[in-house]
Design a protein around this ligand. Sequence first.
Ligand code: ATP
Length: 345
Amino acid sequence: MSGLTLDTVRKDFGHFTAVNDVRLSVPHGTFVCMLGPSGCGKTTLLRMIAGLDLPTSGAILLDGEDITKVPTHKRNLGMVFQSLALFPHLTVGENIAYPLRIRGAPREEQKKRVDELLAMIHLSGYADRPVAKLSGGQRQRVAIARALTRSPKLFLLDEPLSALDAKLREAMQVELRQLQQQLGITTIVVTHDQREAMTMADTVVVMNKGEIRQAASPMEIYRRPADTFVADFIGSTNLIDMDTDGAGRAVALGQAIPGLKAPGGGKAVISVRPEDVQLTAPGSEGAIAGTVTFVRDLGGTIETFVDCAGKQIIAVSTPRARPDVAVGQPVGVVLDPSVCVVLAR
Ligand code: ATP
């Protein structure tokens, strides 16, 4: 298969398993974001793909070739890791040309490639500028360009945008994605920022405790999380315990929810996004009885906190659809089965 394959890749540090038998297929040209809480093993996995660490067991294949033990410099990778490591005493052009210069490429070829890459990162005319005189975002783009100088097969980035301020980071996310699409290069980015992952990725890989919990498109991850960890980690959600009554009906918060079914008819958890929770008049048919406990008006969105049988449910709406409620008021909460995801408890 063309692309990257991780076959049961494992990394133990003594008795601690940082990456636990991970399997993943990344088709050629895919943009993957690895996302997960601190310490879940993202960087360790990326370092093994880069050849900076050797797996304890398992294999890494690039375009069908086993590269598990191939040294980093022979893998044809472009890498941008957290510490940029641009050469501060060199110009922008010299930094970008560096990977060609050390291989003894002719000056003409170096210049042509530098010009191509500068155009690509929207810094044409900056070749002679010292790196020290660039802004943070410009430096980041130069680091990205330098990693691409030798047209690598695989582009690996570890938290590449984390040092930038929020506005610049958002702009660079779009730029990085557009650049990747233009080049069609298989790209793997480690990030802890889910907005960043949702913006850039074809495939989001959600990790926890050394394991991949789900690998899917951003929308699939958001709309159809595989388990309660993914549901809770990506965006915000209401997780509500669900039981099955004697007649086989799903019951949550003391109310039968027609249209929902627990797998095997037992206990489960419902995940429902706050924007999918509807508030209605108390006593409406099928609605769960609750009381408003707090209203958070954030300008663009309004969050209504509702106590339903001791469980806090959050409903989010836009100002246009502002629910006409006040703290202390009884309301009905509607869980539409078409937007509820039933997960194993
Ligand atoms: P973060 O988002 O905080 O960078 P991460 O998901 O990238 O976290 P890793 O850096 O891959 O996490 O670390 C995974 C686990 O492996 C952590 O618990 C870490 O302490 C441990 N670990 C990483 N490198 C080593 C090492 N060289 N020796 C021992 N333990 C290590």
